[in-house]
Design a protein around this ligand. Structure first.
Ligand code: HEC
Ligand code: HEC
Ligand code: HEC
Ligand code: HEC
Length: 305
């Protein structure tokens, strides 16, 4: 009797042990598949080839001892935890200027000098899912209703406008041009920006802050992101919002990028002082032409102020 119980207990222990080992194995296997780990191992190998043991033995030893770990930049000021640098490991290291992605040095190193990585992170300019540590699953793919998915290359200036109101001072040519087109096409006849304009269409002063869930994607070609909605809507407002009274001439790709960048830059977000660029003392926010829509639309050449 006792012997039988003991045998039962022993086999139970063995089963538990085997199951435990198997579970550990599975975890280890899944862990090993984490993309960021592979990138970090590769990065370490690349870095070791670029530095010299003789010239800086202490640094070399430190690199040699590097273990894969999630790297992140925490920005309390807007609640971001950017893990992009878990893969983009050489982003502010000039040694990686010619290396393949995701290790390559940032193409605009001067921007990272003005906006240090540890203070700004990446998503404030690029969008994307801050916490994500996968390429496919999250960071680079547009995900429906994510507030700001990875910003398309042609629209990245929209993000500069969140903080910079003097577009010309930072060379944001698309924002300058977008604002010009806005004026030329008399968009202000129907839209209000900063209390200037007519109220036929929605106010645009905080268009960048508008929730992506507030748009209808039913008639949209391509991915269901707010960025794509804006681009497609400028191509053909009636196709995206059936019956829209917003009629536009056919615009070319550049004009669409400029207008989209511009409206996606219009934000009322408050940043802490250290993130607000100083303006030249003589800077004046440009005026929109405040006009009665009907008069303006029927008489577009009048330069009414
Ligand atoms: C799992 C690793 C990984 C993470 C995490 C990651 N990236 Fe990348 N990223 C890559 C790789 C790999 C490429 C190169 C892809 C290619 O060339 O096809 C890339 C390319 C890019 C590019 C170039 C354009 C493109 O999409 O190919 C940008 C911009 C970029 N990443 C920004 C970011 C930002 C911002 C984050 C954080 C939200 C981020 N990445 C997080 C691996 C990563
Ligand atoms: C101040 C805004 C800003 C910040 C902060 C910033 N970037 Fe960029 N990034 C840009 C701009 C602007 C470009 C140039 C895009 C272009 O030329 O089309 C760029 C380009 C890139 C590219 C090359 C894109 C391509 O298509 O080849 C990568 C990769 C990239 N950034 C990754 C990052 C990562 C990772 C971080 C955070 C460590 C970061 N950036 C932080 C503004 C920023
Ligand atoms: C989160 C806010 C923020 C964002 C987003 C941002 N910047 Fe800045 N930027 C700043 C601040 C703050 C400074 C420092 C300026 C100062 O001290 O007056 C600065 C400085 C600069 C400078 C140095 C010249 C100057 O005017 O002082 C340039 C150029 C610049 N930014 C370009 C850009 C570009 C291009 C983008 C978009 C890709 C961008 N910034 C996005 C906040 C931001
Ligand atoms: C005749 C009036 C009229 C003119 C002119 C006009 N719009 Fe509109 N716009 C509207 C109306 C109405 C809507 C809402 C219906 C829709 O989604 O198309 C709208 C929607 C929008 C939206 C989406 C706003 C949101 O919150 O959903 C943007 C962005 C926009 N317009 C930008 C522009 C720009 C830029 C121009 C100039 C190139 C312009 N509009 C010209 C009437 C107009």
């Amino acid at each position: 009797m006792e012997k039988a119980a003991l045998r039962k207990l022993t086999s139970l222990c063995v089963i538990c042990g085997v199951a435990g080992i198997a579970l550990l194995g599975i975890m280890e296997f899944r862990d090993g598949k984490r993309e960021w780990k592979h990138f970090q191992i590769e990065y370490k190998e690349l870095l070791l080839k670029k530095i010299s043991r003789d010239r800086n033995p202490a640094f070399y030893e430190r690199v040699l001892g590097m273990k894969p770990e999630i790297k992140q930049i925490v920005i309390d000021d807007w609640g971001a935890v950017d893990r992009c640098v878990s893969c983009h490991l050489g982003i502010d290291d000039p040694l990686f200027a010619d290396t393949k992605q995701p290790f390559r040095t940032h193409p605009r190193p001067e921007l990272l000098k003005f906006h240090p990585v540890e203070k700004y992170g990446c998503t404030i300019c690029h969008g994307g899912q801050d916490l994500s540590t996968t390429y496919q699953g999250a960071a680079h793919k547009t995900i429906a209703h994510w507030p700001v998915p990875m910003v398309e290359k042609g629209l990245i200036q929209s993000r500069c406008g969140l903080c910079h109101k003097d577009f010309a001072a930072i060379g944001a040519d698309k924002l300058v041009k977008g604002r010009e087109i806005y004026k030329e096409m008399h968009c202000a006849g129907c839209h209000v920006i900063n209390r200037q304009g007519g109220a036929v269409g929605p106010e645009l002063s905080a268009f960048a802050d508008k929730d992506p869930g507030a748009f209808s994607y039913a008639a949209l070609e391509g991915n269901h992101s707010k960025q794509n909605w804006v681009v497609e809507h400028f191509k053909n407002p009636q196709k995206v919002t059936s019956g829209s009274p917003m009629h536009l001439p056919a615009l070319n790709e550049y004009q669409i990028e400029c207008l989209s960048s511009y409206v996606l830059s219009l934000s009322q977000r408050d940043f802490p002082r250290q993130y607000v660029p100083k303006l030249r003392p003589d800077f004046e926010p440009p005026k929109m032409d405040v006009v009665v829509p009907e008069a303006e639309l029927s008489n577009p050449d009048d330069d009414v102020k």
